[in-house]
Design a binder for this molecule. Structure first.
Ligand code: GDP
Ligand code: MG
Length: 207
């Protein structure tokens, strides 16, 4: 059987403290909601999926709580291909304050190839954010990826995550040289915890 072509992407979670980033991270990593669990230390999860004939390995990075002190590191942003930009649906402040995280990311990542997914979390609670504000934000971010999700119930979480991966792949796969398994000595484990040890394939073109 022919080897699958492999691609690697990095997705970061961004947004105010308390909006549910770690809960979304845990939902994707374990399929469960860990109520009341506070953020501790940086965390990464490697997720593997297939798109058509391609194998896609995604490294998902949680902030580790650095957003509380506005101390997200260069390492957190380095080589990120996309972000879950998260706000809390019942807290308008967390929506308006997204600009701070957009500005911060803009200083660290290549916006030409970056993909945003706007994520309104806690859709099990009342929605306080006006639809027109959400539409304007999507236009600003040049993305059609907006989802109301709930880390608590799981609603829309995996759909939004997989749609972001597909959008990144669509935007980038012509820019990356795929790695076949025959060329990889460091195969990424499905659903393993911790950073991928795989090398990211070099991206063709400069921008
Ligand atoms: P972070 O600071 O952005 O990482 O947010 P956390 O994941 O630590 O969540 C902050 C609080 O929101 C915790 O008390 C969570 O239990 C709660 N929370 C997270 N997601 C949801 C959700 O979808 N619905 C509800 N009702 N609460 C949530
Ligand atoms: Mg957290």
């Amino acid at each position: 059987m022919a080897n699958r072509e492999q691609y690697e992407y990095k997705i970061i979670l961004l947004g105010e403290a308390g909006v549910g980033k770690t809960s979304l991270f845990n939902r994707i990593k374990t399929g469960r909601f860990h109520d009341g669990q506070s953020t501790q230390g940086a965390d990464r999860h490697t997720y593997t999926t297939t798109i058509g004939d391609d194998q896609v390995n995604v490294s998902l990075w949680d902030t580790g709580g650095g957003e509380r002190f506005r101390t997200l590191t260069n390492n957190f942003y380095r080589n990120a291909d996309g972000a879950f930009l998260v706000y809390c649906l019942e807290d308008n402040y967390t929506f308006e304050n997204l600009q701070e995280w957009i500005d911060d990311a803009s200083q660290h990542v290549n916006m030409d190839s970056f993909k945003w997914a706007l994520i309104g979390n806690k859709c099990d609670l009342p929605n306080e954010v006006e639809k027109s504000r959400v539409e304007a934000r999507c236009e600003q971010l040049q993305t059609k990826l907006f989802y109301s999700v709930s880390a608590k119930t799981g609603h829309n979480v995996m759909k939004s995550f997989n749609d972001l991966i597909s959008a990144i792949h669509k935007k980038q796969h012509t820019r990356q040289q795929p790695h076949t398994q025959a060329h990889r000595s460091d195969k990424v484990q499905v659903d393993s915890v911790g950073s991928s040890t795989g090398k990211k394939p070099s991206k063709g073109g400069c921008c």
